[in-house]
Design a binder for this molecule. Structure first.
Ligand SMILES: [Zn+2]
Ligand SMILES: [Zn+2]
Length: 358
Protein backbone atom coordinates (compact mmCIF):
# COMPACT_ATOMS: atom_id res chain seq x y z
CA UNK A 1 0.00 0.00 0.00
CA UNK A 2 1.37 3.42 -0.90
CA UNK A 3 1.95 5.61 2.12
CA UNK A 4 -0.34 8.63 2.47
CA UNK A 5 1.15 11.36 0.30
CA UNK A 6 3.22 13.72 2.38
CA UNK A 7 3.68 17.33 1.32
CA UNK A 8 6.81 17.91 -0.72
CA UNK A 9 8.59 21.16 0.17
CA UNK A 10 9.73 23.68 -2.44
CA UNK A 11 13.18 24.04 -0.90
CA UNK A 12 15.67 21.62 0.64
CA UNK A 13 19.16 21.52 2.11
CA UNK A 14 22.00 20.18 -0.04
CA UNK A 15 25.79 19.99 0.35
CA UNK A 16 27.06 21.86 -2.71
CA UNK A 17 30.67 22.21 -3.90
CA UNK A 18 31.09 24.91 -6.54
CA UNK A 19 34.79 24.06 -6.94
CA UNK A 20 37.43 21.75 -5.45
CA UNK A 21 37.90 23.82 -2.29
CA UNK A 22 34.33 24.78 -1.41
CA UNK A 23 31.58 22.99 0.48
CA UNK A 24 28.41 24.69 1.58
CA UNK A 25 25.19 23.28 2.95
CA UNK A 26 22.63 25.59 1.42
CA UNK A 27 19.04 25.82 0.27
CA UNK A 28 18.28 24.69 -3.28
CA UNK A 29 14.96 23.99 -5.01
CA UNK A 30 13.31 20.57 -4.75
CA UNK A 31 12.42 19.04 -8.13
CA UNK A 32 8.63 18.91 -7.93
CA UNK A 33 6.70 15.72 -8.88
CA UNK A 34 5.28 17.40 -12.00
CA UNK A 35 8.82 18.31 -13.10
CA UNK A 36 10.28 14.79 -12.73
CA UNK A 37 11.74 13.48 -15.99
CA UNK A 38 10.52 10.06 -17.19
CA UNK A 39 12.43 7.27 -15.44
CA UNK A 40 13.06 9.33 -12.32
CA UNK A 41 11.83 9.13 -8.75
CA UNK A 42 12.06 11.75 -6.03
CA UNK A 43 13.71 10.08 -3.03
CA UNK A 44 13.51 11.61 0.43
CA UNK A 45 16.99 10.71 1.69
CA UNK A 46 16.87 9.88 5.41
CA UNK A 47 20.44 8.69 5.88
CA UNK A 48 23.56 8.82 3.77
CA UNK A 49 26.96 7.31 4.46
CA UNK A 50 30.10 9.37 3.88
CA UNK A 51 32.64 7.44 1.79
CA UNK A 52 36.28 8.46 1.23
CA UNK A 53 35.44 8.58 -2.47
CA UNK A 54 33.15 11.58 -1.85
CA UNK A 55 36.12 13.53 -0.54
CA UNK A 56 38.29 12.55 -3.54
CA UNK A 57 35.52 13.57 -5.95
CA UNK A 58 34.75 16.91 -4.32
CA UNK A 59 38.46 17.81 -4.23
CA UNK A 60 39.18 16.79 -7.83
CA UNK A 61 41.73 14.18 -6.67
CA UNK A 62 40.79 11.50 -9.17
CA UNK A 63 41.24 10.90 -12.90
CA UNK A 64 37.42 11.17 -13.11
CA UNK A 65 36.35 14.81 -12.74
CA UNK A 66 32.94 15.80 -11.33
CA UNK A 67 30.39 18.14 -12.87
CA UNK A 68 30.18 21.51 -11.08
CA UNK A 69 28.50 22.44 -8.89
CA UNK A 70 28.81 19.01 -7.29
CA UNK A 71 26.38 17.33 -4.90
CA UNK A 72 28.26 14.18 -3.81
CA UNK A 73 26.98 11.20 -1.82
CA UNK A 74 26.40 7.61 -2.98
CA UNK A 75 25.23 5.71 0.09
CA UNK A 76 21.74 7.19 0.35
CA UNK A 77 18.90 5.34 2.08
CA UNK A 78 15.45 6.87 1.75
CA UNK A 79 11.83 6.64 0.70
CA UNK A 80 10.23 7.34 -2.68
CA UNK A 81 7.89 10.36 -2.38
CA UNK A 82 7.10 10.74 -6.09
CA UNK A 83 7.79 8.65 -9.19
CA UNK A 84 7.47 9.16 -12.95
CA UNK A 85 7.91 5.64 -14.28
CA UNK A 86 4.77 3.64 -15.03
CA UNK A 87 6.85 0.59 -16.07
CA UNK A 88 8.61 0.20 -12.70
CA UNK A 89 7.44 -2.02 -9.86
CA UNK A 90 8.63 0.65 -7.41
CA UNK A 91 6.04 3.00 -5.94
CA UNK A 92 5.59 5.90 -3.54
CA UNK A 93 6.44 4.80 0.01
CA UNK A 94 9.05 2.19 -1.01
CA UNK A 95 12.37 2.15 0.85
CA UNK A 96 15.22 2.46 -1.63
CA UNK A 97 18.96 2.98 -1.81
CA UNK A 98 20.94 5.40 -3.99
CA UNK A 99 24.34 3.97 -4.87
CA UNK A 100 27.49 4.90 -6.86
CA UNK A 101 26.05 3.73 -10.19
CA UNK A 102 23.07 6.05 -10.59
CA UNK A 103 21.91 5.00 -14.06
CA UNK A 104 22.96 2.74 -16.92
CA UNK A 105 21.80 2.30 -20.52
CA UNK A 106 20.35 -1.21 -20.00
CA UNK A 107 21.05 -2.05 -23.66
CA UNK A 108 24.81 -2.49 -24.09
CA UNK A 109 26.84 -5.71 -23.79
CA UNK A 110 27.80 -4.87 -20.20
CA UNK A 111 24.30 -4.01 -18.99
CA UNK A 112 22.86 -7.09 -20.67
CA UNK A 113 25.38 -9.34 -18.91
CA UNK A 114 24.93 -7.87 -15.42
CA UNK A 115 28.06 -5.73 -15.63
CA UNK A 116 26.25 -2.39 -15.44
CA UNK A 117 29.06 -0.70 -13.46
CA UNK A 118 31.22 -0.74 -16.61
CA UNK A 119 28.43 0.51 -18.91
CA UNK A 120 30.07 3.28 -20.92
CA UNK A 121 26.93 5.40 -20.56
CA UNK A 122 26.58 4.83 -16.80
CA UNK A 123 25.84 7.90 -14.69
CA UNK A 124 27.56 8.18 -11.35
CA UNK A 125 26.16 9.72 -8.16
CA UNK A 126 28.10 12.84 -7.27
CA UNK A 127 30.19 12.73 -10.44
CA UNK A 128 27.91 12.96 -13.46
CA UNK A 129 24.59 13.40 -11.65
CA UNK A 130 23.68 14.78 -8.25
CA UNK A 131 24.07 12.35 -5.35
CA UNK A 132 22.59 11.71 -1.92
CA UNK A 133 23.95 14.72 -0.02
CA UNK A 134 20.55 16.38 -0.48
CA UNK A 135 17.25 15.85 1.29
CA UNK A 136 15.23 15.18 -1.88
CA UNK A 137 17.22 13.46 -4.63
CA UNK A 138 15.75 13.20 -8.17
CA UNK A 139 17.14 9.68 -8.71
CA UNK A 140 17.06 7.40 -11.76
CA UNK A 141 14.61 4.56 -11.12
CA UNK A 142 16.64 1.95 -13.07
CA UNK A 143 19.42 1.73 -10.47
CA UNK A 144 17.46 2.27 -7.24
CA UNK A 145 17.91 -0.68 -4.87
CA UNK A 146 14.95 -1.84 -2.74
CA UNK A 147 15.89 -1.94 0.97
CA UNK A 148 14.45 -4.87 3.01
CA UNK A 149 11.92 -3.82 5.67
CA UNK A 150 13.88 -5.59 8.41
CA UNK A 151 17.09 -3.61 7.80
CA UNK A 152 17.60 -0.36 9.68
CA UNK A 153 17.95 2.50 7.18
CA UNK A 154 21.14 3.81 8.78
CA UNK A 155 22.67 0.31 8.53
CA UNK A 156 21.60 0.02 4.90
CA UNK A 157 23.49 3.17 3.88
CA UNK A 158 27.10 1.85 4.04
CA UNK A 159 26.11 -1.47 2.44
CA UNK A 160 25.15 0.44 -0.73
CA UNK A 161 28.81 1.21 -1.48
CA UNK A 162 31.30 -0.44 0.86
CA UNK A 163 29.21 -3.57 1.44
CA UNK A 164 28.34 -4.30 -2.17
CA UNK A 165 31.93 -3.53 -3.25
CA UNK A 166 33.53 -6.17 -1.03
CA UNK A 167 30.71 -8.67 -1.58
CA UNK A 168 31.26 -8.41 -5.35
CA UNK A 169 35.05 -8.62 -4.91
CA UNK A 170 34.62 -11.90 -3.00
CA UNK A 171 32.40 -13.22 -5.81
CA UNK A 172 35.01 -12.13 -8.38
CA UNK A 173 37.72 -14.01 -6.45
CA UNK A 174 36.01 -17.28 -7.45
CA UNK A 175 36.91 -18.71 -4.01
CA UNK A 176 34.45 -21.32 -2.79
CA UNK A 177 33.25 -22.41 0.65
CA UNK A 178 36.04 -24.04 2.63
CA UNK A 179 38.82 -22.23 0.75
CA UNK A 180 41.14 -19.51 2.04
CA UNK A 181 41.08 -15.76 1.36
CA UNK A 182 43.62 -13.20 2.55
CA UNK A 183 42.32 -9.71 3.30
CA UNK A 184 44.99 -6.98 3.53
CA UNK A 185 43.41 -3.95 5.22
CA UNK A 186 41.07 -6.28 7.17
CA UNK A 187 40.70 -3.84 10.08
CA UNK A 188 39.55 -0.94 7.87
CA UNK A 189 36.09 0.04 6.60
CA UNK A 190 36.09 -2.19 3.51
CA UNK A 191 38.11 -4.94 5.17
CA UNK A 192 35.86 -5.36 8.20
CA UNK A 193 32.86 -5.79 5.90
CA UNK A 194 34.83 -8.20 3.67
CA UNK A 195 35.56 -10.40 6.69
CA UNK A 196 31.86 -10.66 7.52
CA UNK A 197 30.72 -11.40 3.96
CA UNK A 198 33.54 -13.94 3.57
CA UNK A 199 32.44 -15.73 6.73
CA UNK A 200 28.85 -15.78 5.46
CA UNK A 201 30.14 -17.35 2.21
CA UNK A 202 31.89 -20.12 4.14
CA UNK A 203 35.43 -18.91 3.45
CA UNK A 204 38.39 -19.09 5.83
CA UNK A 205 39.99 -15.66 6.20
CA UNK A 206 43.50 -14.41 6.89
CA UNK A 207 43.20 -10.89 8.28
CA UNK A 208 46.23 -8.71 7.47
CA UNK A 209 46.58 -5.33 9.18
CA UNK A 210 48.44 -3.80 12.11
CA UNK A 211 47.92 -3.05 15.83
CA UNK A 212 46.11 -4.74 18.71
CA UNK A 213 42.86 -2.83 18.22
CA UNK A 214 42.53 -4.12 14.66
CA UNK A 215 43.64 -7.59 15.72
CA UNK A 216 40.80 -7.71 18.30
CA UNK A 217 38.27 -6.31 15.82
CA UNK A 218 39.11 -8.84 13.10
CA UNK A 219 38.96 -11.70 15.59
CA UNK A 220 35.54 -10.52 16.75
CA UNK A 221 34.38 -10.43 13.13
CA UNK A 222 35.33 -14.07 12.66
CA UNK A 223 38.78 -13.97 11.03
CA UNK A 224 40.41 -17.43 11.00
CA UNK A 225 43.96 -16.02 11.32
CA UNK A 226 45.73 -12.71 11.94
CA UNK A 227 49.02 -11.37 10.54
CA UNK A 228 50.49 -7.99 11.55
CA UNK A 229 52.32 -6.69 8.47
CA UNK A 230 54.50 -4.29 10.47
CA UNK A 231 55.97 -6.95 12.76
CA UNK A 232 56.15 -9.85 10.29
CA UNK A 233 59.48 -10.14 8.54
CA UNK A 234 58.59 -12.47 5.68
CA UNK A 235 54.95 -11.77 4.77
CA UNK A 236 54.86 -14.25 1.89
CA UNK A 237 56.05 -17.14 4.03
CA UNK A 238 53.80 -16.15 6.95
CA UNK A 239 50.63 -16.02 4.84
CA UNK A 240 51.36 -19.31 3.06
CA UNK A 241 52.03 -21.02 6.39
CA UNK A 242 48.49 -20.32 7.61
CA UNK A 243 46.88 -22.56 4.98
CA UNK A 244 46.86 -26.30 5.88
CA UNK A 245 48.91 -27.41 2.84
CA UNK A 246 51.24 -24.41 2.98
CA UNK A 247 50.49 -23.38 -0.62
CA UNK A 248 48.83 -20.08 0.27
CA UNK A 249 45.29 -18.72 0.06
CA UNK A 250 43.09 -19.25 -3.00
CA UNK A 251 42.48 -15.51 -3.25
CA UNK A 252 43.40 -12.13 -1.82
CA UNK A 253 40.96 -9.21 -1.60
CA UNK A 254 43.09 -6.07 -1.50
CA UNK A 255 41.06 -3.62 0.56
CA UNK A 256 44.21 -1.74 1.59
CA UNK A 257 45.12 1.30 -0.53
CA UNK A 258 48.84 0.47 -0.18
CA UNK A 259 50.50 -0.55 -3.50
CA UNK A 260 52.87 -2.97 -1.65
CA UNK A 261 49.85 -5.07 -0.67
CA UNK A 262 49.50 -6.11 -4.32
CA UNK A 263 53.11 -7.14 -4.75
CA UNK A 264 53.12 -9.51 -1.75
CA UNK A 265 49.68 -10.87 -2.64
CA UNK A 266 50.82 -11.89 -6.14
CA UNK A 267 53.58 -13.88 -4.41
CA UNK A 268 51.63 -15.54 -1.59
CA UNK A 269 48.47 -16.65 -3.44
CA UNK A 270 48.56 -20.31 -4.40
CA UNK A 271 48.99 -21.52 -8.00
CA UNK A 272 45.73 -20.83 -9.84
CA UNK A 273 44.81 -18.19 -7.25
CA UNK A 274 43.27 -14.76 -7.80
CA UNK A 275 44.23 -11.32 -6.50
CA UNK A 276 41.27 -8.92 -6.54
CA UNK A 277 42.03 -5.18 -6.71
CA UNK A 278 39.49 -3.18 -4.71
CA UNK A 279 41.25 -0.54 -2.58
CA UNK A 280 42.09 2.56 -4.59
CA UNK A 281 45.52 4.12 -4.04
CA UNK A 282 46.32 7.67 -5.14
CA UNK A 283 46.22 8.50 -8.84
CA UNK A 284 49.15 6.94 -10.71
CA UNK A 285 49.79 3.91 -8.44
CA UNK A 286 50.91 0.81 -10.36
CA UNK A 287 50.79 -2.92 -9.66
CA UNK A 288 53.86 -4.98 -10.47
CA UNK A 289 53.97 -8.76 -10.77
CA UNK A 290 56.60 -11.28 -11.78
CA UNK A 291 55.54 -12.36 -15.28
CA UNK A 292 57.31 -15.75 -15.18
CA UNK A 293 55.57 -16.96 -12.01
CA UNK A 294 52.26 -15.37 -12.96
CA UNK A 295 52.32 -17.46 -16.16
CA UNK A 296 53.81 -20.67 -14.81
CA UNK A 297 51.51 -20.72 -11.77
CA UNK A 298 48.45 -19.42 -13.67
CA UNK A 299 47.77 -16.59 -11.25
CA UNK A 300 45.11 -14.00 -11.95
CA UNK A 301 44.91 -10.30 -11.09
CA UNK A 302 41.43 -8.82 -11.56
CA UNK A 303 39.84 -5.44 -10.90
CA UNK A 304 36.48 -5.33 -9.14
CA UNK A 305 34.41 -2.16 -9.26
CA UNK A 306 31.32 -1.79 -7.02
CA UNK A 307 28.63 -4.33 -8.03
CA UNK A 308 25.56 -4.94 -10.16
CA UNK A 309 21.97 -4.28 -9.14
CA UNK A 310 21.60 -7.92 -8.15
CA UNK A 311 24.82 -7.78 -6.09
CA UNK A 312 23.39 -4.76 -4.23
CA UNK A 313 20.10 -6.56 -3.53
CA UNK A 314 21.98 -9.64 -2.25
CA UNK A 315 24.41 -7.60 -0.12
CA UNK A 316 21.47 -5.82 1.57
CA UNK A 317 19.60 -9.08 2.14
CA UNK A 318 22.63 -10.67 3.81
CA UNK A 319 22.90 -7.63 6.11
CA UNK A 320 19.14 -7.73 6.79
CA UNK A 321 19.49 -11.35 7.89
CA UNK A 322 21.98 -10.19 10.53
CA UNK A 323 25.18 -11.63 9.03
CA UNK A 324 26.84 -8.25 8.45
CA UNK A 325 26.94 -5.20 10.71
CA UNK A 326 28.75 -1.95 10.01
CA UNK A 327 30.09 0.01 12.97
CA UNK A 328 28.44 3.39 12.31
CA UNK A 329 28.08 6.70 14.10
CA UNK A 330 25.15 8.93 13.16
CA UNK A 331 25.85 12.64 12.85
CA UNK A 332 23.74 15.62 11.71
CA UNK A 333 23.95 16.88 8.09
CA UNK A 334 25.70 20.05 9.25
CA UNK A 335 28.77 18.11 10.39
CA UNK A 336 29.74 16.97 6.87
CA UNK A 337 32.68 19.36 6.62
CA UNK A 338 34.01 18.21 9.99
CA UNK A 339 33.57 14.57 8.88
CA UNK A 340 35.75 15.30 5.82
CA UNK A 341 38.39 16.93 8.02
CA UNK A 342 38.51 13.96 10.39
CA UNK A 343 38.50 11.54 7.44
CA UNK A 344 41.46 13.38 5.92
CA UNK A 345 43.39 13.07 9.18
CA UNK A 346 42.54 9.37 9.52
CA UNK A 347 40.62 10.06 12.75
CA UNK A 348 37.41 8.22 11.87
CA UNK A 349 36.80 4.73 13.13
CA UNK A 350 33.84 3.07 11.47
CA UNK A 351 31.46 4.72 9.04
CA UNK A 352 29.82 8.10 9.60
CA UNK A 353 26.20 8.14 8.49
CA UNK A 354 24.53 11.54 8.18
CA UNK A 355 20.96 12.12 9.32
CA UNK A 356 19.90 14.64 6.65
CA UNK A 357 16.93 15.93 8.66
CA UNK A 358 18.83 16.61 11.88
ZN1 LIG B 1 31.95 4.73 -1.86
ZN1 LIG C 1 24.97 -0.06 -20.74
Amino acid sequence: MPSPAEPIPKKQLAAVSDDSSSLEIREIPVVQPAELEPGRALVKVLYTGVCHTDLHVVRDEWPLKPQRPTIAGHEGAGVIVAINDPTSNLKVGDRVGIKWIADSCNQCEFCLSGNDPICQKAKISGLTTSGSFQQYCPAYVSQLTPIPESLDMSQAAPILCAGVTVYKALKNSAARAGQWVAIPGAGGGLGSLALQYAKYMGLNTIAIDTGDAKKDLTKKLGASAWIDFTTTEDMVAAVKKVTPDGLGPHAAIITSPKPEAYLTAMSYIRPGGTVVAVGLPKEGAVVTADVFWTVVQSKRLVGSYVGSRLDAIEALRIAAEGHVKTPISIEPFASLESVYTRMDKGQLSGRVVLDLFK
